[in-house]
Design a protein around this ligand. Structure first.
Ligand SMILES: CC(C)(COP(=O)(O)OP(=O)(O)OC[C@H]1O[C@@H](n2cnc3c(N)ncnc32)[C@H](O)[C@@H]1OP(=O)(O)O)[C@@H](O)C(=O)NCCC(=O)NCCS
Length: 197
């Protein structure tokens, strides 16, 4: 398995990743923000995303978004190839994007909103804590990402104070970065792990 920061040379994977987002949203029957391929490509060009491969095939992805001039950072769009789920890959990708976020934006609070139990577990282990939406960014750019979610009406009815997602926040800016080798990847996928920046 290879996990590394994505670059412009990975742009051709953007369409497939966006298909995975659509399929995952359908599968879960729950809200998920829609992403356009050009948005994903821009994340790759900016060095603000992490991509994973298993046996040379695309295996997963996650990207960084910044809000309020870098006061808040979100690690969004985590997705793992359906066939490779539940082997620790999602956790490993999230760990790398978290490390990248803290390295590039050391002053930022890192946050996310999710209905996914897997993501809640991963975030908790990284040191995120559940919070009310009042603790998250007020940036319109972030909340407009919810427009394509089927629960957007619920969010707006509640004046953006609550919805079906749980808000999670990491604000322990002095905490050490998690070590790369701590990744809990299943033995059959563990080696060789190549992390490149
Ligand atoms: C969410 C997702 C990225 C997880 O990837 P993964 O590689 O299967 O996750 P991992 O194997 O690293 O599992 C991490 C933890 O979540 C748990 N987990 C994984 N899938 C789960 C599920 N469907 N339900 C409950 N727990 C789950 C694992 O058991 C593990 O917990 P543990 O360490 O306590 O055992 C993957 O399921 C996915 O791509 N889903 C579709 C996209 C999506 O929902 N993204 C999140 C949007 S917020």
């Amino acid at each position: 398995m290879t996990i590394r920061v994505a670059t412009a040379a990975d742009a051709h994977y953007a369409d497939l990743l966006c298909q995975w987002y659509i399929e995952s949203a359908k599968q879960r029957g729950t809200g998920i923000a829609k992403r356009e391929p050009e948005y994903v490509r821009e994340k790759m060009r900016q060095g603000n995303s992490v991509i994973a491969f298993v046996d040379g095939e695309l295996a997963g992805f996650c990207y960084i978004e910044t809000f309020e001039s870098g006061k808040f950072v979100a690690n969004s769009g985590l997705v793992v190839n359906t066939a490779l789920r539940k082997h620790g890959l999602g956790r490993a990708i999230k760990r790398e994007v978290f490390r990248l976020s803290r390295t590039k934006y050391p002053e930022a609070k890192i946050f996310g909103i999710t209905t996914s139990l897997a993501v809640m577990k991963i975030n908790s282990d990284l040191g995120y804590e559940p919070v009310t939406f009042s603790e998250l960014t007020t940036s319109e750019d972030f909340w407009k990402g919810c427009k394509s979610c089927k629960n957007f009406g619920i969010l707006m009815e509640n004046e953006r104070k609550m919805c079906l997602c749980t808000g999670m926040l990491f604000d322990k800016l002095d905490a050490p970065l998690p070590a790369v080798e701590e990744s809990a990847i299943a033995d059959n996928m563990r080696l060789p792990i190549v992390t490149q920046q």
